[in-house]
Ligand binder design. Structure first.
Ligand SMILES: NC(=O)c1ccc[n+]([C@@H]2O[C@H](COP(=O)([O-])OP(=O)(O)OC[C@H]3O[C@@H](n4cnc5c(N)ncnc54)[C@H](O)[C@@H]3O)[C@@H](O)[C@H]2O)c1
Length: 371
């Protein structure tokens, strides 16, 4: 057995980051598919999480990523109040080069072989059109297009949920949920970021944005000329008078230098895994910056895809995403009462919910999707 395998097995069975119920290695040589499906927990219901398609440098890196992402989904789904555990899949390879219908169908057969213990969706490198193909072989597929019974682009409710998280932050800090007159800086105006701009402008906030893609900024400014632009995220976080900073691009946005330079008093954004390393949540709290945990406020997307399994109803899904306001507010209260940062309080609540459920491992799915 190689050292790499030993490392993965050690993580899985012995480390604090492990404890996953099941890890499935999938291979279909005919189509070139190599995938890892990781089920962290089914304590609250069938594991739900997207499929990442990425050219990992090594297979061990892919397994580690799947384990990490699956674990994150358990916490996200638990905090969102969903009857779902956490899982995630990764497909190894460059999607630009190897993605094919044959490969996605083979992947769908592997997901189907789990009989509903894992429900898949889109993630980085996979899109609604891909899920339509996967769904031909697997009924436990969400993130499909509306014409195939899906909910389509999940960024609509993701941005709405982040907006609810910002309103809760405003309520907690300033005693009023409105963002009127507040200045919000958004790093990344892609699918989620640009919808977020609309919510904020409608509420009367001032918005400053930055994006590495000039065309994204230009398109936004053409539609909303009042939006200001910062050269880059570095300049954005230093903007005088910034009330809220919303990382909506990549993970690791909150590193030591950023936390030290931030002028905002709230951080609330869509990006996954914003804290660059453990301890940053404490640094933010020490500087008096209120951090709305990423996986709590960006759960609108998973709420949206979970609803697909019931036969998608936008109003019902939106009503569930609205609850992110209450969840975030309660979380801040719990953090204050326990004397810990909100990120630690979120982990604590999610772990408690999973421990209390005691359904693990669920071998039969409790959700049979509506066709
Ligand atoms: N789409 C969803 O439903 C959803 C759900 C949960 C979490 N998220 C997370 O939210 C974030 C945004 O998702 P998205 O769907 O809008 O992605 P996206 O790819 O559509 O948009 C990301 C934007 O960030 C920009 N960007 C990249 N690096 C940057 C940098 N250094 N500075 C400024 N801008 C930069 C990109 O050019 C792009 O316009 C991601 O971290 C994603 O994982 C998305």
């Amino acid at each position: 057995m190689t050292e790499v395998t030993d490392g993965v097995l050690h993580t899985l069975f012995h480390s604090e980051q492990g404890g996953h119920e099941q890890v499935v290695l999938c291979q279909d040589r005919a189509s070139g598919l190599k995938a890892v499906i990781a089920i962290h927990s089914t304590a609250l219901g069938p594991a739900l999480g997207g499929t990442r398609f990425h050219p990992y440098a090594t297979e061990a890196e892919a397994v580690a990523d799947a384990l990490n992402l699956a674990r994150g989904m358990s916490y996200k789904n638990a905090m969102a109040g969903l009857e779902h555990g956490g899982g995630k899949a990764v497909i190894i390879g460059d999607p630009e080069k190897i993605k094919s219908e044959e490969l996605l169908l083979a992947y769908g057969r592997f997901v189907a072989s789990l009989g509903g213990r894992y429900v898949t969706a889109c993630d980085v490198g996979t899109y609604v059109a891909d899920m339509d193909v996967v769904a031909r072989e697997c009924r436990w597929t969400t993130g499909r297009s509306p014409r195939n019974g899906g909910a389509g682009d999940s960024s609509v409710l993701t941005s709405y949920g982040v907006f609810q998280g910002m309103r809760a932050s405003a309520q907690h800090l300033w005693g009023d949920p409105t963002l009127r007159g507040r200045t919000v800086g958004i790093a990344g105006v892609g699918k989620v970021g640009r919808h977020l701009v609309e919510h904020l402008l409608a509420d009367g906030a001032e918005v400053v944005v930055t994006d590495v893609r000039e065309d994204a900024v230009r398109a936004l400014r053409e539609k909303h000329p009042t939006v200001r632009v910062a050269v880059d995220a570095d300049e954005l976080v230093r903007t005088p008078g910034l009330d809220i900073y919303a990382p909506c691009a990549l993970g690791g946005a909150l590193d030591d230098a950023t936390v030290a330079a931030l002028t905002a008093t709230v951080v609330c954004g869509a990006a996954n895994n914003q804290l660059a390393h453990p301890g940053i949540e404490k640094d933010l709290a020490d500087r008096g910056i209120l951090y709305a945990p990423d996986y709590v406020v960006n759960a609108g997307g998973v709420i949206q895809v979970a609803d697909e399994l019931l036969g998608f109803d936008f109003d019902r899904a939106r009503a569930k995403a609205t609850k992110i306001f209450d969840t975030t507010l309660e979380l801040f209260a719990r953090a204050k009462a326990d004397g810990i940062p909100p990120a630690a309080a979120a982990d604590r609540i999610a772990e408690q919910r999973m421990a209390e459920s005691r359904r693990s491992p669920s071998v039969t799915p409790s959700v049979t999707p509506v066709a």
